[in-house]
Design a protein around this ligand. Structure first.
Ligand code: UD1
Ligand code: CA
Length: 455
C-alpha cells in the first residue's frame, strides 16, 4: 500500500468567528479544532501530516507544539487548490494524499479510512453528503450513468445546478502524482477568482480516472465551523456522542445533556454521574463510583467505590477505593487519598498524601503534607506551608489527632499517636503519644463591666 499523507488546510481567516484567535484554534471539547484533525490523521497512521497555514500562522504554530507535522506557509489565500499546491513539494509521488480542513474537526477515522481505501492510481476518492439545504456548498455533478463528472461552486452554479442537494464536503483523496500534474494547470477564472481544488474532479474524469464517492455516517462528521453558532452545534453533537458512549459502557447519567467530556475519560461499571459534571484531561473512574452534581474533574484517577460529593473540584489527584470527597472540596495537584479516607466540605489539599482511613472533614488547608493512616484533622486546621519564600513539609504519623483550629507551622513533624490541643499554633515537632497545646491560657475576670455608650 502506498503511504498516506494528510494535507490539512488551515490558512483561512475565519472572519465570521469575530475573533483574534485563528479559527482553527477555537476549541471543541477543550481541544483546538486543528488538533482534532491532526489526531485523526495520526490514528490513521499517516506517514506525513502537512499543515497549510497562513492567517495567524505564528499563533497556530505556537499552540501546536508537535514534531510530526510539517508546516507549509500559504502567504496569500488564493483558494483551496492553491493551498494544496503549496504542500506538493513535500509529498512523495507515490503517496496517497488525503485533504482535510482544519475547521472540520469531527470526521471519523472510519469514514476517512473508507474514503482512502478507494484510492489507487486510477481512482480519486471524494467525500460527499446530501443536505436538506445545500446553500453555500459546491454541488456534485453526475452524468446519466450516475458517475461524478465535476463539482461546481455555488457562486458559479446555474439555477438548475443549485437545486442539486449532494454537496462537496471538501474532503478528498487522490495520489500525489496526479495532484502534481493537475494543480499547476488550475485557472482562477471563476466567480471568486480563486484556484479551486474542486476543479481537479473534472480533470480526473478527463484523464480517465474514476471518481469513487464515500459518505459519512452523519452530516455532523463533515460540518465545518464558520461561526460560533456552528462551533456550539458541533460541541453539543460531540458531547452527545460521549454521553451515549458512557452510558453504553456502564455509567448512569442523571441527564445525558448535562455532562461534558473534554479529554479522555475511561470508566468502569455502575458509575453514577449527576448533572453538570465536567471531565477534563485524562480521567479514569473505577467501578461503583458516584459523582455528585457540579463537579470539575481534571486529570484524576478515582478508585472503586469512591464518592465525590457535589461541588467538588479535583485536579491531578488520586482518590483511593471507598474514599469520600466533598461536598465543596478542592483537591489540587499532587493530592493522593488512600482507601477509605475522607476530605470533607471546604477543605483544600495540595501535594497532600493522605493515609488510609484518615479524615480531614471540615474547613481545612492541607498542603505539602504527608498524613499516615487513621489521622483525624479537626475543623479549621491549616498547614502553614509557606514562609513567604519557600514551601515546607508537614509530616503527620499514624493515628495523630489534631484538634480544631490548629496552625501547623511547617516544617514540622507530628509523630505517631500525638495529640494536638484545639487552637494550637504548632511550631516544634511533637513526639509519639505526646500532647501538645500551644495557645494563650484562658483568664476569667469576675464581674466584668462592659464600656457604656457615651451620652
Ligand atoms: C469549499 C469547497 C466547496 C465545499 C466546501 C465545504 C472549493 C473551491 N470549494 O468551499 O466545494 O462545498 O469547501 O465546506 O474547494 N483554505 C486555505 N487556503 C485558501 C483557501 C481556503 O487554507 O487559500 C482553507 C480554509 O481555511 C478552510 C478550507 O480551506 O479551512 C475551505 O475553504 P473555504 O474558503 O471555506 O471554502 P468554501 O468556499 O467553503
Ligand atoms: Ca467553508
Amino acid at each position: 500500500m502506498s503511504p498516506l499523507h494528510v494535507v490539512i488546510l488551515a490558512a483561512g481567516q475565519g472572519s465570521r468567528m469575530k475573533s483574534a484567535l485563528p479559527k482553527v484554534l477555537h476549541r471543541v471539547a477543550g481541544k483546538p479544532m486543528l488538533h482534532h484533525v491532526m489526531d485523526t490523521a495520526r490514528r490513521m497512521n499517516a506517514e506525513g501530516i502537512h499543515g497549510v497555514i497562513g492567517h495567524g500562522a505564528d499563533l497556530v504554530r505556537a499552540q501546536t507544539v508537535v514534531e510530526d507535522v510539517s508546516w507549509v506557509l500559504q502567504e496569500q489565500q488564493l483558494g483551496t487548490g492553491h493551498a494544496v499546491a503549496q504542500a506538493l513539494p513535500n509529498l512523495p509521488d507515490e503517496a496517497r494524499v488525503l485533504v482535510l480542513y482544519g475547521d472540520v474537526p469531527l470526521t471519523s477515522e472510519a469514514t476517512l479510512n473508507d474514503l482512502v481505501a478507494k484510492v489507487d492510481d486510477r481512482t480519486l476518492g471524494l467525500l460527499t453528503v446530501t443536505m436538506e439545504n445545500p446553500d453555500g456548498y459546491g454541488r456534485i455533478l453526475r452524468n446519466e450513468q450516475g458517475q461524478v463528472t465535476a463539482i461546481v461552486e455555488q457562486k458559479d452554479a446555474s439555477e438548475a445546478q443549485k437545486r442539486i442537494r449532494e454537496v462537496n464536503t471538501g474532503i478528498l483523496a487522490v495520489s500525489a502524482r496526479h495532484l502534481k500534474n493537475w494543480l499547476p494547470t488550475l485557472s482562477n477564472r471563476n466567480a471568486q477568482g480563486e484556484y479551486y481544488l474542486t476543479d481537479i474532479i473534472a480533470l480526473a474524469v478527463d484523464n480517465g480516472l474514476n471518481v469513487s464517492v464515500a459518505q459519512p455516517a452523519t452530516s455532523f462528521e463533515v460540518q465545518g465551523v464558520n461561526n460560533r453558532v456552528q462551533l456550539a452545534q458541533l460541541e453539543r453533537w460531540y458531547q452527545q456522542q460521549q454521553a451515549e458512549r458512557l452510558m453504553t459502557e456502564g455509567a448512569t447519567l442523571a441527564d445525558p445533556a448535562r455532562v461534558d467530556v473534554r479529554g479522555e475519560l475511561t470508566i468502569g461499571n455502575d458509575i453514577l454521574i449527576d448533572v453538570n459534571v465536567v471531565f477534563e484531561g485524562t480521567v479514569s473512574i473505577a467501578d461503583n463510583v458516584r459523582i455528585g452534581p457540579n463537579c470539575l474533574i481534571r486529570n484524576a484517577v478515582i478508585a472503586e467505590g469512591a464518592v465525590i460529593e457535589a461541588n467538588s473540584i479535583l485536579e491531578d489527584a488520586e482518590v483511593g477505593p471507598g474514599a469520600s470527597v466533598g461536598p465543596f472540596a478542592r483537591l489540587r495537584p499532587g493530592t493522593r487519598l488512600a482507601a477509605k479516607s475522607r476530605v470533607g466540605n471546604f477543605v483544600e489539599t495540595k501535594k497532600a498524601v493522605v493515609g488510609e482511613g484518615s479524615k480531614i472533614n471540615h474547613l481545612s488547608y492541607v498542603g505539602d503534607a504527608t498524613l499516615g493512616a487513621g489521622v483525624n484533622v479537626g475543623a479549621g486546621t491549616i498547614t502553614c506551608n509557606y514562609d513567604g519564600v519557600n514551601k515546607h513539609q508537614t509530616v503527620i504519623g499514624d493515628g495523630v489527632f489534631v484538634g480544631s483550629n490548629t496552625s501547623l507551622v511547617a516544617p514540622v513533624t507530628l509523630s505517631e499517636g500525638a495529640t494536638i490541643g484545639a487552637g494550637s499554633t504548632i511550631t516544634r515537632d511533637v513526639s509519639r503519644q505526646e500532647l501538645a497545646v500551644a495557645r494563650g491560657k484562658q483568664r476569667n475576670i469576675a464581674d466584668w463591666q462592659r464600656p457604656q455608650k457615651k451620652g
